[in-house]
Design a protein around this ligand. Sequence first.
Ligand code: SAM
Length: 371
Amino acid sequence: MTETQFNNPFLSCDLKRYPLSKNESLRAWDAADELLLQHLFESHILHAESRLLIINDAFGALTCALSQYQPINRSDSFVSQYSCQRNMSSIENQVVYQSSIDELNSPVDVVLIKVPKTLAFLQDQLIRLKSVITPQTQVIAAGMVKQIHTSTLNLFEQNIGTTKTSLATKKARLILSQVNSQTEPQTLPESQWAVPEYNLTIVNQANVFSREKLDLGARLLLENLPKDHQSYIDLGCGNGVIGFRLQQLNPEAQIQFIDESYMAVASAKAGYQLNFPEGSQATFLVNNALTGLKPPVDCIVCNPPFHQQHAIGDHIAWQMFTQAKAMLKQGGEISIVGNRHLQYHSKLKKIFGNVRSIASNKKFVVLSSTK
Ligand code: SAM
């Protein structure tokens, strides 16, 4: 049985990784959450009036434990905030939810950051923080030792001020930064690059998948896209490159771009406006896969994710394929690309009862199933 009772010095609570998946073996918090809460408790940093900002809380552990301070929960992940809301549902206190691209405008006293996977995203978050921190603000980050490198600490030094780390406990460590108002102003690490063979320009905010170059799986899918449908969903759209190509191949089609990352959807929207200045049929949605969506669609195209937060797995792909079956019209098509070893072939066969191999190379395979 997975442990769900999250004991901590502030507010012990029942904590799960939402949306729930079968055979879940991982807890919804880690040793870095525990270390951070213990440090806050022992150092008496928080007071009744403290304005608290929590960044990158994966499933709601920090937000639930510290909910008496009515924190702001800021994240790039729709699914993380959904999980936090579900875990908060039996707790009376109020939380304010903000996306990673919302403007930060009121000053904060304490900022807690779970160290994200990529440096560019951390840099983006630290740059955005500058407008709301003062030399009195406490900035404390937490992560597992393997996620904290010299380059991570350098980012805190450059963007916040003098930085030190705690001793490691259960392979977790804290980063403590003293705010220095003299740090150099920096620009957000947004990247733009071209895909010349398709005459496309791609916009990538800091937390977008494969933000520096075209993903190799996406490349194979781009060469083998399904045509002649009237409506498409680019599911897990990232920067939107797949949907852009679909629009080029099917100028009259309605394309919907969906991702759980706010930065991904904002990037896809910016890229669409750049590549199709006259286009108006596209829609953009931040959502957990196809959850809650109703109208039937002709075709769903997807390069599925293979991890949620720091955990690797194929449960999101399963969720996407199963929801796609429900969402497609009769005779509709799903087209996906995946690493060969992920065995998407057998998953699609099981769900749709049919699967065709459209193209493959040493590493990837493009598959299609019909409802
Ligand atoms: N389509 C882009 C490409 O080919 O470059 C991105 C593909 S990337 C492998 C998978 C995408 O799925 C990521 O952008 C990720 O944010 C998104 N994703 C992960 N979990 C999701 C979920 N539950 N609902 C919607 N999108 C999700």
